[in-house]
Design a protein around this ligand. Sequence first.
Ligand code: SF4
Length: 341
Amino acid sequence: MSDASASQPAKRVVVAAPRGYCAGVDRAVVTVQRALAVYGAPVYVRKQIVHNRHVVETLEQEGAVFVDELSEVPSGSLVIFSAHGVSPAVRAEAVERGLRTIDATCPLVTKVHKQAVRFADKDYDIILVGHTGHEEVEGTQGEAPDHIQVVNGPHEVDQVEVRDPSKVVWISQTTLSVDETMETVRLLRERFPEMIDPPGEDICYATQNRQAAVKKIAPKVDLMIVVGSGNSSNSVRLKEVALEAGAGAAHRVDFASEIDPSWFDGVETVGLTSGASVPEILVREVVERLAELGFDDVEEVRTTTEKISFSLPKNLRADLMAAQGAASAHKRREPAADHTC
Ligand code: SF4
């Protein structure tokens, strides 16, 4: 009797690592959770704290209120600025409206803001490689609107005009495709040979690491699934990078329930990754769904290990410590428990 299963090709899942939460996202999400614990609901958050539907919906259930503009926040309330950062105009508006603020801007975005201010002070023309309309780009551009122009990619390089070609610098959004950005910079340099580079890499470690991991597994997979939301720049880039690196096909999903069984016709190996704003539970649910579809041989391929973490915003830390101090003092004042039965 022949063994039918022996002739079946193995259905494999190759999971990229690193994937999912980066240090900036973790800090921003914990900031909202701790703020809810210390100050109580509602806590207002300007824009989505991070670009992930599941995270935003979960925090909403815990008492966070997401708004698009500060005008929606009642005077005197607490508002948290998202991981993507805000322009000085937004900070000024918060002061004007008497809002209390906690800044959950990722420190790596703040670093780009500081570069923009520094070069604007020296009167450079600053070319910001990034996506028009993305919150991070709006925040960075707002630091020096008279000096910064946004270039969305190689196709826009021809339109760039500068006052003095010997005084040009480029900076970038933190979540871009590394390869496409380098191509944009190469074309910019052809036009402006004296253009200088930013002092450090603007595309952040998390974006780079997730793209490198995807590049490693993409050539070996028939289909890549990227877990992440449609407004998550780094998640969308992961799908593009997977296709460029040789994946047979690629789909981005917010949730496992969006997986369509028709994607798997003729597929033997599925690659899996997730954007920097995606909690691991969503990846686990995709792994379970793939197992239901017969893909139950799961292997993780890790290209590097990340050890970066950021401390919480300073004013929140101070209030957390004060709250903890008050709670311990209250405990000390409680009468000793009566242990008799
Ligand atoms: Fe910060 Fe990078 Fe994460 Fe954005 S993707 S929050 S820049 S670490």
